[in-house]
Write a protein of this length. Structure first.
Lengths: 672, 220, 315
């Protein structure tokens, strides 16, 4: 019994216990008990994940637990990454939930579903048979659905978001189910090792079909365009700590599925699979961040940014697949390492951002950036948390996401000479896509932080905001600490991740790291995150000291802001999130196709004098409009047609049964 | 001429060809576009001259001189004359596909050209063969100009761009087109431009503008 | 080698710091002369800085810590980049961060700090400047990185020192289409990043047209001095990068003091020539409308992509 087994069992045990506590304990202590239980479960899971990355293995077979297949569990390094990420997010979300659940979220159902959701997310990556995997996957979908609709009494939009989520997640499940069943049918057993064996003897077409089917299912879970429609609906409407879990932990499992099935079970496959994955990733990254850039709802913005980051990870995964099929496992390892590091970094900063956004929502009751502002004086801790998260999310140094994007770009740049024409065209375009994404991410998070937290309040509710309770701040602090640690010391983590990549790709580890500098193996490249931060700090101190010495020593004088001599500035004169994003919206108008209209009301005496100007802007999700609406219309038309079959007579219904039976019998006679 | 220098000069000249093709999409001012077209003629001349010097081929040198005369002398002059008569229509104000999209499309077309000319390159793995994609890209960009620009004059430039591209590919693949053939092509080209110009003038006197979209009115 | 590194680590930032106001002064002087004015002399920016530093610091009401730290952060990022880049010597003390991506990201960090400061003031001008600046930054990024891609593909590394060294060893590379296309692409991107004509007019204070100036409108006294100095340094750093990535000759490769002095002189000369060309070019240009800027950047993006295409077709 190694550390991994102990920690994993503890995590699942504590999580289930917390769920029981959520059902049984009295309302007074319920949120605290569940929160502490969840955090402990998360801590144990993090330990288990790190142990698995470190190379420990654990296997567990419980044949009697389920009829037909039984439960089989194997923890390997790849699973370890996702277990650790989920665990880490659970710590922060659990602690945060203690304070956040105080308003109407401390019902039995929600409190019991929360730890169960985490346990199911821990089980998905370690499941080692199709039966176990699908069971845990469905449990995860159901518990998360329960949590998404937790606030459906307060807000009617929640129900609609829940419907979208329920339908799309189950359609995804159908796709995964059919893909995996196809594979199982050929293997004769549903355990993963058997599938691995069977996949080798499968025809390429068959493998392609399986891959595309599971890709559809997993991509919809990861929020990849064009299957992202549920994400910007469900993530904002869920309670914020649940949003954090969904956005930082659950979507990753879609990627886990692609990696597990594509690289592990199907053993790599051909180049077109991964070109498809790369293209999906690049499109998702750009589309996601564009929508985020013009979004004014802070949680929708974060949701779209999840699509963006998952897209970036997919770019890495796709590049890895291309390199692997071109026969360069070192580069493939590098790309997959970059992708995994980005998964971890994204989990850290997205948790932090969602928790901070939740804190703002808790204090002001609004998610609309156009009504926020000035929170830095009233909510300093939340402002600091969001600021840190925004810095990391915009992929600028010294943030953690900069390092993973740097690794990704290194993989793409060095990949150029490795393989034929398709790669040579795909790589520069991928670099351009990643670069455009990075640029737009900067604009997005400057907007989110600058408009939401700086300047002056734009509404009374923002003016009267008060800082959140200590438990919520602690939750944010845990996530913030994760961000800082990942930014400064990725060198401790990267060798482990490099080995995971090596296990997946069958080459040597792609990254070697000393305590300070990380170096790429096989290609030239090195970066020192610690030195970068230190140099920036030294530069800052030097600059501050020089100004202190050289500049005038008089005290700062308070002055008026420049108001063009037109009297004091009011909040209505400030730039809002909408106006901030307007240039971008115009530049990308061909893609976004925003609908806007301006109504000018004139004074009755003269049409040259304007009384009021009303401006409406709506940016409909274009993919949704083009892709989903026809499908929905078609379905609705079929539904109406179907209604004619059901006029209400009992005899008619019995008749349907009778005729079907006859038809079946006839069919039997004919085919015999 | 040393081999390295030959390759370098050829690459540079081809780079110039591609650059001028992109610039035609980038600019709106018709007079600037014509200047760019003349510059492309120079680049094409440079390509042929480099080939001629490398192969010590006098006939090819003659072809180069012909290209120089026709493509950066006569044709731009004709176009300029047409422009001078055109009056108000000096700029491509609203192309059918806007400039940013056109430029991105040009990038895509270039990559496509590189992809599709791989078999050609493997057929002729000479230094000249390596530059075939440039010619292909110029052809594709010229075609794109034809479909995306409104004014008749820009369309003529697009057509000429295509021809420049075709000529480039021809020279790079076979390392030399006969003087007679090149002469024939040039005559055709000249004829086409003159015919188009006559048509252009007639259209303007009939409709007052040469926005080709308005030709649809003839159909109605 | 270590002596060289230390010399570069101290010499480069000092050189950039000392010369950048002079560069701005020179560019203004050239512009003035070409426009038929007398001009205020090359030393004027330094005199302005001295004057600003002596003024009383000012804190506009309603601004916070972000507003106060932004100028220092801008200066700090520029300082770090000037230490890490190969301006007078190929080896840098901060070699592990002398990476093209890292350098570009650091310079973007400085821009972001200013944009946040502009938003922090809560005035319409600040927001407008921040919005425009971040839009341009977002659009410049692909161009920059694709040009970087073209440069680093042949070298097989994005390390600045490695790129410079490899160009030194293979001088013929400079006149290849790859280098020329990448140089033009990078040049346009740099013009956009440093806010020169035709993207932004550094000498305008007209509300409809200003970008950079709108962001920093509220700053006064020493804060403004820091921003002016840092902006000038950014210009120098960008021009220095452009010069040394494409024409690295004169850069010191060993610790010989004479070589280092020569390298410093070569660096000054290269940046001065580039600055002069830029200033002379600006006389003939008008500022583009904001929504025409994407066309310019798309064009330079295409050039960058063509450079990449050329680099793999010719490789």
């Amino acid at each position: 019994m190694n550390l991994l087994t102990v920690a994993l069992t503890t995590a699942i045990g504590v999580g289930s216990l917390a769920a029981v506590l959520g059902l049984l304990s009295p309302r007074r202590v319920r949120a605290t008990a569940v929160g502490v239980g969840t955090a402990l479960c998360g801590a144990a899971a993090t330990v288990a994940g790190v142990a698995a990355i470190g190379g420990q293995h654990a296997t567990l077979e419980l044949p009697g637990l389920l009829p037909l297949a039984g439960v089989s569990i194997t923890a390997d390094p790849v699973a370890g990454v996702f277990v650790a990420v989920t665990g880490g997010v659970a710590i922060a979300a659990g602690i945060y939930g203690i304070g956040y659940s105080r308003h109407g979220l401390d019902g039995r159902g929600v409190q019991a579903a929360f730890p169960l959701f985490i346990v199911s997310m821990l089980l998905v990556p370690v499941a080692a048979s199709v039966g176990t995997f699908l069971l845990c996957w469905e449990l995860m979908a159901l518990t998360s659905l329960l949590l998404v609709v937790a606030e459906h009494r307060q807000r009617p939009e929640v129900a609609s978001a829940g419907r979208w989520y329920a339908v799309m997640t189950h359609l995804g499940l159908v796709a995964i189910l059919s893909g995996l069943l196809l594979l199982t049918a050929h293997a004769g057993s549903d355990s993963f090792p058997a599938l691995r064996q069977a996949a080798r003897h499968l025809s390429p077409t068959m493998r392609g079909v399986v891959f595309v089917l599971v890709l559809i299912g997993f991509a919809s879970k990861a929020g990849i365009v064009p299957l992202h429609a549920w994400l910007p609906r469900a993530h904002p409407e869920a309670p914020s700590h649940v949003s954090a879990l969904m956005s930082a932990a659950m979507v990753n499992l879609g990627l886990y599925g692609i990696i597990r099935v594509g690289f592990d079970l199907l053993g790599g496959g051909t180049r077109w699979w991964w070109l498809l994955v790369l293209a999906l990733g690049a499109v998702s990254a750009i589309y996601g961040i564009l929508q985020a850039a013009i979004s004014t709802d802070v949680k929708t913005l974060l949701g779209y940014s999840t699509t963006e980051n998952m897209g970036l990870v997919l770019v890495g995964v796709g590049a890895a697949g291309i390199f692997a099929s071109a026969g360069s496992p070192v580069l493939a390892g590098l790309a997959v390492t970059a992708a995994l590091l980005h998964v971890i970094n994204h989990a850290a900063f997205k948790t932090l951002l969602f928790l901070a956004a939740g804190s703002v929502l808790h204090a002001t009751g609004t998610r609309d950036l156009d009504r926020l502002g000035g929170l830095r004086t009233t909510m300093p801790a939340t402002t600091a948390a969001f600021g840190l998260g925004a810095l990391v999310a915009s992929a600028l140094p010294p943030g953690a996401a900069f390092i993973s994007e740097w690794l990704l770009l290194q993989a793409l740049i060095h990949g150029l000479p490795s393989a034929g024409m398709a790669t040579a065209i795909a790589m520069p375009l991928a670099v351009a896509a990643v670069a455009l994404t990075a640029g737009l991410a900067v604009a997005t998070f400057v907007k989110a932080f600058g408009v939401g937290f700086l300047a002056r309040p734009r509404s009374p509710r923002a003016r009267d905001a008060v800082e959140s309770p200590a438990s919520m701040i602690t939750g944010m602090a845990v996530a913030a600490a994760g961000c800082v640690a990942l930014a400064l010391l990725p060198t401790l983590l990267l060798p482990g991740l490099g080995k995971v990549g090596a296990v997946l790709m069958g080459g040597p580890s792609a990254v070697a790291a000393g305590p300070i500098t990380l170096r790429l193996v096989g290609v030239a490249g090195s970066l020192s995150p610690l030195m970068l931060t230190a140099a920036l700090l030294v530069g800052l101190v030097l600059a501050a000291a020089a100004v202190r010495i050289l500049a005038s020593w008089r005290v700062r004088r308070q002055t008026r802001l420049w108001d063009c001599g037109a009297g004091p500035l009011s909040a209505r004169m400030e730039y809002t999130a909408t106006s901030f994003a307007e240039p971008l919206q115009r530049v990308f108008d061909d893609v976004l196709q925003a609908e806007q209209d301006v109504d000018v009301t004139h004074v009755t005496e003269s049409r040259y004098l304007v009384q009021a100007v009303e401006y409406h802007r709506r940016v409909p999700d274009r993919v949704e409009r083009r892709l989903y609406e026809p499908v929905l219309r078609f379905t609705a038309a079929w539904g109406r047609a179907g209604r004619r079959l059901a006029p209400g007579g009992v005899h008619r219904y019995l008749g349907y049964g009778f005729y079907s039976l006859l038809a079946l019998l006839l069919l039997l006679v004919v085919t015999r | 001429m040393s081999a390295a220098l030959y390759v370098e000069l050829l690459d540079l000249a081809c780079g110039g060809l591609l650059l001028t093709a992109v610039l035609v999409l980038w600019l709106r001012e018709l007079s600037a576009i014509i200047t760019i077209f003349a510059a492309q003629g120079l680049a094409l001349t440079a390509v042929v001259t480099v080939l001629a010097v490398q192969q010590q081929d006098l006939e090819l040198g003659g072809v180069a001189a012909g290209i120089l005369l026709l493509r950066s002398g006569l044709l731009p002059w004709l176009l300029r004359r047409a422009l001078a008569e055109a009056g108000q229509m000096q700029r491509e104000i609203r192309p059918l596909i806007n400039v940013v999209s056109s430029l991105l499309a040009a990038a895509g077309l270039t990559l496509l050209a590189y992809a599709v000319s791989q078999p050609l390159i493997s057929l002729a793995p000479t230094p000249a063969g390596h530059d075939i994609p440039v010619g292909m890209a110029v052809v594709l960009i010229g075609f794109f100009v034809l479909i995306s620009r409104r004014l008749a004059l820009s369309q003529v430039v697009g057509f000429l761009l295509m021809d420049n591209g075709i000529t480039t590919v021809a020279f790079l693949t076979t390392s030399g087109v006969g003087l007679v053939i090149e002469l024939g092509i040039s005559m055709d080209l000249l004829l086409v431009v003159i015919v188009l110009q006559v048509l252009n003038t007639h259209m303007r006197t009939a409709f007052g503008a040469t926005d080709l979209d308005e030709l649809r009115e003839l159909h109605d | 080698m270590n002596g060289l590194r230390v010399a570069a680590a101290i010499g480069q930032p000092v050189l950039v710091l000392a010369l950048s106001p002079l560069l701005v002064g020179m560019m203004r002087q050239i512009r003035a002369r070409l426009e038929g004015r007398a001009g205020s002399g090359i030393g004027q920016p330094w005199r302005d800085l001295r004057k600003l530093m002596r003024k009383q610091p000012v804190a506009p009401r309603g601004t916070g810590q972000v507003y106060r730290t932004a100028p220092l952060l801008l200066l700090a990022t520029t300082l770090v980049v000037s230490v890490a880049s190969p301006f007078i010597a190929t080896g840098s003390l901060l070699d592990p961060i002398g990476d093209l991506f890292a350098v570009i990201a650091l310079l973007t960090l400085g821009t972001v700090a200013l944009a946040l400061a502009g938003l922090d003031t809560g005035t319409a001008f600040g927001g407008m400047g921040a919005s425009r600046e971040t839009t341009i930054v977002a659009l410049v990024e692909p161009t920059l990185l694709v040009a970087v891609f073209a440069l680093s593909v042949r070298v097989g590394s994005t390390n600045l020192g490695a790129i410079v060294t490899s160009t030194l060893q293979d001088p013929a590379r400079v006149f290849s289409p790859v280098s020329l296309l990448a140089a033009v692409a990078l040049g346009v991107a740099i013009i956009a990043e440093t806010g020169r004509l035709p993207v932004d007019n550094p000498s305008t204070h007209l509300e409809l047209t200003m970008i950079h100036e709108a962001m920093v409108l509220e700053y006064a006294g020493p804060d403004l001095a820091v921003i002016e100095l840092a902006s000038a340094m950014r210009l120098t750093v960008f021009l220095g990068l452009l010069a040394n990535l494409f024409l690295p000759w004169g850069i010191a490769t060993s610790g010989n003091p004479l070589l280092i002095l020569g390298a410093a002189a070569a660096f000054v000369a290269k940046v001065a020539v580039l600055g002069a060309v830029l200033a002379a070019g600006e006389v003939f240009l008008a500022k583009l409308r904001l929504f025409r800027v994407p066309e310019l950047l798309a064009g330079s993006f295409v050039l960058g992509l063509l450079a990449v295409a050329a680099s793999f077709s010719l490789a």
